[in-house]
Design a protein around this ligand. Structure first.
Ligand SMILES: O=C[C@H](O)[C@H](O)[C@H](O)COP(=O)(O)O
Length: 234
């Protein structure tokens, strides 16, 4: 697992995050992702709520995005109250040319996947450094603590090298918002993300993994403030 860069002062991330906020209009129920890029979207939506009367409901994907949304003044709802969302916006750790993404650098990918699949449209915001022709970053796999050894064995059988993610400023493993462990699995270049996604999902005790095959659009921010939009070919 490479070190997480959550710098909050990035012109590229800001450009992408703010551009995606323009997709949101009054009356929408919006999935709010987790991480430093979508944080710009959440703050911008908060500004539009306060200054322009934007009337939306948000569904958060983590404790972090919940706190940010509350601070921004965005009204929140739940998937129980609003099971179908108009739009979900989130960041990614890596995204390939066919818009397969790896997420979960912040261990939020389980709720992020549930929220993104609940949305009619899923938009990823990122800077250029996240783009790649093929996926080759470690894949975060959230597992029930009870199932850790089985998951390690099964991931090895799939050709992966799993490592239990360790906490920072706490001894022992990272515990997700759902009370589980995260295995970061190295697979080298992932030639067929959709097949690997299905294989990981089939392991008993795997709660969710970080391969996302449901991205509709990618907003790539540049230093000069411009944004390139890539749409998935269906
Ligand atoms: O678990 C975390 C999420 O999947 C994030 O959306 C992802 O790690 C990207 O975060 P950032 O925008 O901070 O690079």
């Amino acid at each position: 697992m490479t070190e997480r860069n959550t710098s909050t002062d990035s012109p590229e991330k800001r450009a992408a995050g703010i551009a995606a906020a323009r997709l949101v209009s009054s009356g929408m129920v919006v999935g709010l992702g987790t991480g430093s890029t979508v944080a710009y979207t959440i703050k911008e939506l908060g500004r539009l709520v306060r200054e322009k009367g934007l009337d939306i409901l948000g569904v958060v994907t983590s404790y972090q995005s919940e706190m940010l949304a509350i601070e921004a003044g965005i009204k929140l709802t739940t998937l129980s109250q609003h099971p179908e969302l108009d739009l979900a916006i989130d960041g990614a750790d890596q995204i390939d040319s066919e818009l397969h993404a790896i997420k979960g650098g912040g261990a939020a990918h389980t709720r992020e996947k549930i929220v993104s699949v609940s949305a009619k449209r899923f938009v990823v915001v990122a800077d250029e450094s996240k783009t790649s022709t093929q996926l080759d970053k470690t894949v975060p796999v959230e597992v029930l603590p009870f199932a850790k050894e089985l998951a390690v064995k099964k991931i090895r059988e799939l050709g992966g090298k799993p490592h239990l993610r360790s906490a920072v400023k706490k001894d022992g493993p990272v515990i997700t918002d759902n009370g589980n462990f995260v295995l970061d699995a190295e697979f080298g270049v992932i030639k067929d993300p959709e097949t690997l996604a299905l294989q990981l999902s089939a392991i008993p005790g795997v709660v969710e993994h970080g391969i996302f095959c449901n991205v509709d659009e990618l907003y790539i921010g540049n230093k000069d403030g411009s944004v390139k939009i890539v749409t998935r070919q269906k």
